[in-house]
Design a binder for this molecule. Structure first.
Ligand SMILES: [Zn+2]
Ligand SMILES: [Zn+2]
Length: 340
C-alpha cells in the first residue's frame, strides 16, 4: 500500500509499504482522510522529540472499517470511524489514573511500533476506535483528534461559567479551544494571532475580540477591557519567546495560565510576576480517553461545528506541498487534510 514517508528532513516520498496485518483485537481501516498537524511539521523538519525520519507521517485520520480481528465486538466492515492515536502501557501509575497521555511507554503512530496515518490502510486496537455518525464528513471526523487536545486544554484551564478568557494564538488548537469554551457557555473570550485570516476566523467563531498581536498590544487591550484587572484564565496556543510574560501580564491575580503550545526551546520568563500575582501555570499534553470521547460527542451533536476549519483537501502525492504551505503559513490555512 502507499504511504507518505518523511525520508529525510524537508523531503516526503510516497513509498510502497506492507499492508498491516490484523491481530485478534485490531480494526483495519481504509483511510479516507488524514490530517496534517503541527507535530507532523516537526517530523518534516526533523525537530520532533521522538518521531525521527524515515517515518510515515500522521496521527489524525478517519475512514471506513474493512476488516476486524476475531475478538472485536463493537465494529464491523463498513463502519465509519476515527481513532484516538495513543495506547498506554496499562501498567504504570499514570495509566492507572486514566492518564495515558502521560504514560512513559505509550504507543503512538509515526514510530517504529505503530505506523503513521498517511497510508491507505491503518490498523488500530478496538479500544482506540470511535464511531462517527453519517452526519459528519470524514474530514470533520478526523478533527476529533485536535478537538480532544482543545477539550483537554480547556479542562486543564478549569474554565467556569462567567470566566473571562484569553486564548493566545488562533491556529487549529486555539480556534478549537475557542469553540469548546463557547460550547461550555463562556461568553467572553479574547483571541490573538498574527495572521488576519485566523483573526477573522476567531471573530466568526465567537471571539469577543480578535487582536493582531503585532499591530496592537494584547496586554494593553485586554487590561483596558477588564478594568485593568486582567482575565481569569489564559490558554497559550502559540509560541513566540515573549508569550509567557504576555500571558502573565493579562491574567488577574490568582488567575490560571494553561500552556498547550509545544515550545521546545527554553524561553525567558519573568517569574516574579507569577509570585507577586500568585498566578498558576499549568501544562496540557494531548488528551485522555475521556477528552477524546467528549470531542467525538461534541462533533456528533454539532455542539461544536468544525466544518469551516477544514481549509484545504489534497491528495497523498501533495503531502510535501501541504507541509510546506503550513510551514510558511502560505495562504488561508487552518487544517489541511490529505486523501490517501
Ligand atoms: Zn494532531
Ligand atoms: Zn502507562
Amino acid at each position: 500500500m502507499r504511504a507518505a514517508v518523511v525520508a529525510e528532513p524537508y523531503h516526503v516520498e510516497i513509498r510502497d509499504i506492507p499492508k498491516p496485518s490484523v491481530e485478534a483485537n485490531d480494526v483495519l481501516i481504509k483511510v479516507e482522510v488524514a490530517g496534517i498537524c503541527g507535530s507532523d511539521l516537526h517530523l518534516f523538519k526533523g525537530t520532533h522529540a521522538f518521531r525521527k525520519p524515515p517515518a510515515v507521517l500522521g496521527h489524525e485520520m478517519a475512514g471506513t472499517v474493512v476488516e476486524v480481528g476475531k475478538n472485536v465486538k463493537k465494529f464491523k466492515a463498513g463502519d465509519r470511524v476515527t481513532v484516538e492515536p495513543q495506547v498506554g502501557c496499562g501498567q504504570c501509575r499514570y495509566c492507572g489514573q486514566g492518564l495515558a497521555n502521560l504514560c512513559l511507554n505509550k504507543k503512538v503512530p509515526g514510530t517504529p511500533s505503530w505506523v503513521g496515518t498517511f497510508v491507505e490502510y491503518f490498523v488500530a486496537p478496538e479500544e482506540t476506535v470511535y464511531a462517527i455518525p453519517e452526519s459528519l464528513s470524514f474530514a470533520e471526523g478526523l478533527m476529533a483528534e485536535p478537538l480532544a487536545v482543545a477539550v483537554h486544554a480547556v479542562r486543564r484551564a478549569e474554565l467556569k461559567p462567567g470566566d473571562t478568557v484569553a486564548i493566545l494564538g488562533s491556529g487549529t488548537i486555539g480556534l478549537l479551544a475557542l469553540l469548546v469554551a463557547k460550547a461550555k457557555g463562556i461568553e467572553t473570550v479574547y483571541c490573538t494571532d498574527v495572521v488576519d485570516f485566523n483573526l477573522e476566523m476567531a471573530k466568526k467563531l465567537g471571539a469577543k475580540a480578535a487582536i493582531h498581536a503585532l499591530r496592537e498590544d494584547p496586554v494593553e487591550k485586554i487590561r483596558s477591557w477588564t478594568d485593568d484587572v486582567g482575565v481569569d484564565k489564559v490558554i497559550i496556543a502559540a509560541g513566540p519567546g515573549t508569550i509567557i510574560d504576555q500571558a502573565s501580564a493579562i491574567t488577574r491575580r490568582r488567575g490560571r495560565i494553561t500552556l498547550v503550545a509545544m515550545i521546545t526551546k527554553p524561553i525567558p520568563v519573568y517569574t516574579y510576576s507569577f509570585v507577586f500575582n500568585e498566578q498558576t501555570l499549568a501544562g496540557s499534553q494531548t488528551y485522555q480517553s475521556q477528552d477524546f470521547e467528549e470531542a467525538v460527542r461534541l462533533l456528533s451533536t454539532k455542539e461544536v461545528d468544525v466544518s469551516s476549519l477544514i481549509t484545504q483537501e489534497l491528495s497523498l502525492a501533495e503531502t510535501e506541498q501541504g507541509l510546506k504551505m503550513l510551514a510558511d503559513k502560505a495562504g488561508n490555512i487552518v487544517k489541511i487534510v490529505v486523501q490517501p
